[in-house]
Design a protein around this ligand. Structure first.
Ligand SMILES: [Zn+2]
Ligand SMILES: [Zn+2]
Length: 136
C-alpha cells in the first residue's frame, strides 16, 4: 500500500527527533504483549511443576522465579495443552542452551550438503564430539 507507506514516512520525519523513543515504546509494547500471552501458560506451568530446572536441577523461590522459564518441548508456543505435557520448566541458562543446541543441530544438518564436495572429514564426527563434550 503506497499511500500508507508515504503517510508513515511523513510521520516518521515529523517525529524524527523522537524516533528512538518510539522504537522503545514499540519494543516495550511487543514485549508486553508476549508477556501477557506467556502469563497464562506460565502461571499454569508453575502450578503444575515443582520450581526446579529440568536440566540442571537448580531450585527456585519467589525471589528468583523470573529466571525460571517455560520451555515448549515441541517448540510451538501456541501448543499449550492444559495437562502441561508440552511444558518444561528450565532456568534461563539451560533454556538458552536448549535452543542453541537445536540451532547447532540444524546447522549440522545443513552442512553435509554444502560441504560435500570439499570436506574431507565427516561433519557428523565433529558433531558427535561436541555433543559428547557437552554431556559430561
Ligand atoms: Zn538450568
Ligand atoms: Zn523454549
Amino acid at each position: 500500500m503506497p499511500s500508507d507507506r508515504t503517510q508513515f514516512d511523513q510521520r516518521a520525519d515529523m517525529t524524527a527527533g523522537k524516533s528512538s523513543d518510539n522504537l522503545d515504546r514499540v519494543v516495550a509494547q511487543a514485549r508486553k504483549a508476549s508477556q501477557e500471552r506467556e502469563k497464562g501458560y506460565r502461571a499454569k506451568a508453575l502450578k503444575l511443576y515443582p520450581w526446579v530446572c529440568g536440566r540442571c536441577a537448580r531450585e527456585f523461590t519467589r525471589e528468583n522465579l523470573q529466571e525460571l522459564t517455560v520451555h515448549h518441548r515441541d517448540h510451538d508456543h501456541d501448543n499449550n495443552p492444559q495437562d502441561g505435557s508440552n511444558w518444561e520448566l528450565l532456568c534461563v541458562y539451560c533454556h538458552d542452551n536448549e535452543h542453541s543446541r537445536l540451532i547447532d543441530a540444524a546447522y549440522g544438518h545443513l552442512e553435509p550438503e554444502t560441504k560435500e564436495t570439499s570436506a574431507t572429514h565427516s561433519p557428523f564426527a565433529g558433531l558427535a564430539g561436541m555433543l559428547k563434550e557437552k554431556k559430561k
